[in-house]
Design a protein around this ligand. Structure first.
Ligand SMILES: *[C@@H]1O[C@H](CO)[C@@H](O)[C@H](O)[C@H]1NC(C)=O
Ligand SMILES: *[C@@H]1O[C@H](CO)[C@@H](O)[C@H](O)[C@H]1NC(C)=O
Length: 378
């Protein structure tokens, strides 16, 4: 028994190794940002990974913002500053480029020869924070928006200012950043440049949890206060709604004037696991079973709760799309979170193909539908 499981593990490793299709891109540290006060939580300089465009892509730029949730108060931000999500001193020196960052035409037909950049997330505020004062107790800096701007300035100087096409994208908290910074990104370029934004798994909905609370609204209220984010949220939104609501795409995204594409699952795995069931005491592991072992393990009441999440998600989404004609979207039902940054879910070697699970079909199909919709002009 033990032997066979060892073999199985080896086999899995071999299969994973055979699937390797990306490459490592070294880190660039924006040292001179420190003098301008544009720093990560711990005061270290911001960072990104850059792979140069080539051939017909030399004047096209794809900026992809890393995600990784948020820190909402002095304690959680201090904790975070001691990780790679709060300090460039603790970041890996390489980042693996694959999926939408791949340089192979076969794997990434639309963006493979663009200048491709992965921005490292080190502020915990979806790139919105800006507090002048350093926290006297923790020595923590809340400067996410300045970090974002410093990275953009560095890239503009490296040739992004001549971009003919530019896309601001990101996944999760980075996908939310891509929405909130979208019009600021647009403003970096002359009017002749074509500029769009892509938010992958960034549509965080103000879901009512099973417990009856609205955990995201509460979390964002603390994020906005801690990071001083209000002044960096879309002004047309904050003039009508409270700043914590303007961290939420269902309020903020209708005011974004730059074409915006939303890629998300209506059963977003992160939101279901962290928001919908927040506060649920899962002593008997029933939710764990349902969410990890597969949908067939979910009880009727759990399925009901999942459908309820989907309903809230779609209602929130429609407030964006009904009010903003330049928004496009592709929403699927995969139980997943972020789909553009992995080859499997962006465009696979052998997609489209029929697989024996509906979930995989949807993922592979999405790669194609998504690219078609995003390429369409407007
Ligand atoms: C900070 O936030 C965390 C997570 O929400 C919470 O558990 C903790 O009690 C908060 N700490 C303070 C000092 O407010
Ligand atoms: C992609 O990048 C890797 C690593 O820099 C390089 O070896 C390879 O030739 C590149 N592929 C293409 C098609 O440019």
């Amino acid at each position: 028994m033990r032997n066979s499981s060892k073999w199985l593990r080896l086999l899995v490793c071999i299969v994973i190794l055979m699937k390797v299709d990306g490459f490592d891109v070294p880190i660039t540290i924006v040292e001179d940002a420190v003098a301008k006060g544009s720093v990560c939580l711990d005061g270290s300089p911001p960072a990104y990974h850059f792979d140069k465009g080539f051939d017909s892509g030399v004047n096209n730029w794809l900026i992809y913002m890393q995600g990784g949730a948020w820190c909402n108060n002095a304690t959680t931000c201090l904790d975070r500053s001691q990780t790679h999500l709060g300090s460039s001193k603790l970041m890996s020196t390489n980042y693996y480029f694959t999926g939408i960052l791949s340089n192979k035409s076969k794997h990434n037909p639309d963006f493979y020869n663009w200048n491709r950049v992965k921005v490292r997330y080190c502020d915990g505020s979806s790139y919105t924070g800006d507090v002048d004062a350093v926290d006297p107790n923790t020595k923590i800096f809340y400067r996410g928006a300045r970090v974002w701007r410093a990275v953009m300035d560095d890239l503009l100087a490296k040739g992004m200012k001549n971009a003919r096409n530019a896309v601001l994208a990101g996944c999760s908290a980075g996908g939310l950043g891509a929405i909130l910074q979208c019009d600021n990104f647009r403003a970096l370029f002359p009017s002749g440049a074509k500029v769009k934004c892509l938010s992958d798994a960034g549509v965080f909905i103000n879901t009512e949890a099973i417990s009856g609370t609205r955990p995201l609204e509460e979390l964002y209220a603390e994020v906005v206060t801690t990071h001083g984010s209000a002044k960096n949220l879309p002004e047309a939104c904050t003039s009508k709604f409270s700043p914590e609501l303007c961290m939420l795409p269902q309020y903020a995204a209708r005011y974004i004037q730059t074409p915006l594409f939303l890629l998300n699952s209506a059963y977003d795995a992160w939101q279901i696991s962290n928001i919908l069931i927040q506060g649920v005491v899962d002593a008997d592991g029933k939710w764990r079973n349902c969410l990890i072992s597969g949908i067939s393990r979910c009880s009727d009441s759990q399925n009901q709760a999942l459908k309820c999440f989907k309903k809230q998600f779609l209602a929130g989404l429609s407030t964006i799309c009904d009010n903003n004609p330049t928004t496009g979207f592709f929403i699927n039902s995969c139980f997943c979170h972020c789909q553009s940054d992995a080859q499997e879910t962006w465009l696979s070697d052998d997609s489209p193909r029929l697989d024996n699970t509906v979930r995989t079909d949807l993922i592979l199909l999405r790669g194609i539908v998504m690219r078609m919709s995003f390429k369409s002009n407007s």
